[in-house]
Ligand binder design. Structure first.
Ligand SMILES: *[C@@H]1O[C@H](CO)[C@@H](O)[C@H](O)[C@H]1NC(C)=O
Ligand SMILES: *[C@@H]1O[C@H](CO)[C@@H](O)[C@H](O)[C@H]1NC(C)=O
Ligand SMILES: *[C@@H]1O[C@H](CO)[C@@H](O)[C@H](O)[C@H]1NC(C)=O
Ligand SMILES: *[C@@H]1O[C@H](CO)[C@@H](O)[C@H](O)[C@H]1NC(C)=O
Ligand SMILES: *[C@@H]1O[C@H](CO)[C@@H](O)[C@H](O)[C@H]1NC(C)=O
Ligand SMILES: *[C@@H]1O[C@H](CO)[C@@H](O)[C@H](O)[C@H]1NC(C)=O
Ligand SMILES: *[C@@H]1O[C@H](CO)[C@@H](O)[C@H](O)[C@H]1NC(C)=O
Ligand SMILES: *[C@@H]1O[C@H](CO)[C@@H](O)[C@H](O)[C@H]1NC(C)=O
Ligand SMILES: *[C@@H]1O[C@H](CO)[C@@H](O)[C@H](O)[C@H]1NC(C)=O
Length: 322
């Protein structure tokens, strides 16, 4: 791949555009002192989480958390001191029936309020109607082969405005799309390097590209559907101590299209402004209270407050926008 040429192109392009672009980055900052909004110490009570992996905030600013090691999805209303189980068993029992989950790892919602849970340990995608704790399998089977009817250790999901589902099928090192009511997926990207990817989002204003969070190579890859290699990757961070990502685990976009990375093993959040290939540290654990250590997932509420899932204690920490 012509990565060097591409880098030169991107640099020239940025040099040309930086003076004219609207810089939403400059006006976005967060208080480094966070507030715990969910979780206490790791555990399986209603006020606890155990190795949570995903965070979703709906239009009502309600939190949904993949409580991975408790095999459940917790809904947390703003200001509540306990979560309510909306999928899986509230005491943490794992299983493969319609009311159980096994190590859920990511989730999203469609415009009709259906929740889609990546049921990683069961190699399937479960859909839940609002208010129902009984899920329907909408992708995957009880097998976990590389047939297009199956999923194998899927790790991430995204959805478009016509409810097409994009599933990062990590165990099969591929990205697949499932259209509504489909009984098989279609292949969008397939490459053996995609064996350690957690987190995936469609690139804004593109119908055929995704960001994928690659822990294996410590990069965020931008990849076009059907292409045999990536277009580019994000790895550099403007920081004197740690100038690259280290085990990036989760990504999120703000409404301006800026990308944020939970840079887990550097205990920080890195922001890549639109069209920039150099990241900026926007939050960093500095023996902070509450702890920001080992962030694995990020989300914004409607006021652009930034929430991170710290796996240090199994807590969601809110960083107010300043
Ligand atoms: C980013 O680049 C695209 C072209 O690739 C351009 O259309 C867009 O205006 C740029 N956005 C900003 C904020 O610079
Ligand atoms: C950040 O949060 C702390 C604790 O809530 C507060 O004392 C401080 O004033 C805030 N700083 C800004 C700039 O808002
Ligand atoms: C959001 O809040 C409104 C008003 O409280 C409620 O009617 C609606 O059902 C809520 N939506 C969701 C998705 O919870
Ligand atoms: C999917 O199936 C449901 C009924 O099971 C139907 O109401 C809906 O229109 C179908 N959607 C598409 C896109 O075919
Ligand atoms: C997969 O599904 C698509 C439509 O969703 C269909 O066109 C295609 O034939 C299917 N492929 C296989 C191998 O079943
Ligand atoms: C859906 O998204 C596509 C881009 O992926 C966009 O062109 C289209 O206008 C959107 N439609 C609606 C109804 O938002
Ligand atoms: C990304 O790669 C695809 C396939 O190689 C190519 O068609 C496309 O022009 C590239 N886009 C950018 C922005 O580099
Ligand atoms: C990196 O940060 C320094 C100061 O914090 C700034 O002067 C410099 O322009 C930044 N470099 C890039 C490439 O963003
Ligand atoms: C970390 O905390 C120390 C002591 O409070 C302070 O001197 C230092 O500037 C802080 N570093 C950052 C990056 O906030």
């Amino acid at each position: 791949m012509h990565e060097d040429l591409l880098t030169i192109f991107v640099c020239i392009y940025l040099a040309i555009t930086t003076t004219t672009a609207f810089n939403s980055c400059n006006s976005l900052r967060w208080n480094q002192t966070g507030q715990i909004v969910a979780g206490t110490t790791p555990g399986s009570n209603a006020n606890q989480l155990k190795n949570p992996t995903c965070l979703y905030i709906d239009n009502n600013n309600t939190l949904y958390i993949c409580d991975h090691d408790n095999n459940r999805v917790q809904k947390w209303i703003q200001g509540a001191t306990t979560g309510v189980t909306v999928a899986g068993d509230s005491t943490g029992t794992q299983g493969s029936t319609s009311t159980l989950l096994k190590t859920p790892i990511d989730l999203t919602f469609d415009e009709n309020g259906f929740m889609y849970v990546v049921d990683n340990g069961n190699n399937r995608l479960q859909r839940f109607a609002s208010g129902s704790t009984s899920g329907t399998t909408v992708a995957g089977t009880t097998a976990s082969t590389n047939a297009l009817t199956d999923l194998k250790q899927p790790t991430a999901i995204d959805i478009d405005n016509t409810s097409n589902l994009y599933i990062l099928d990590m165990g099969n090192t591929r990205l697949v799309e499932w259209t509504p009511n489909a009984t098989n997926g279609t292949l969008l990207i397939s490459d053996s390097s995609l064996n350690n990817v957690y987190g995936m989002i469609r690139v804004p204003y593109s119908s055929n590209q995704v960001y994928m969070c690659d822990q294996g190579s410590n990069k965020i890859r931008v990849w076009t559907f059907g292409a045999s290699s990536q277009n580019m990757s994000l790895q550099t961070v403007n920081d004197s101590q740690h100038n690259t990502l280290n085990n990036p685990t989760g990504i999120v976009l703000d409404p301006y299209g800026n990308l944020y990375v939970a840079d887990r093993d550097n205990d920080r959040i890195v922001m890549y402004c639109v069209n920039s290939t150099v990241g900026i540290v926007v939050a960093e654990d500095n023996n902070s209270v509450p702890s920001l250590k080992k962030p694995v997932a990020l989300a914004f509420d409607s006021d652009l407050n930034l929430y991170l899932l710290s796996t240090n204690n199994g807590q969601v920490v809110k960083l107010p926008r300043i």
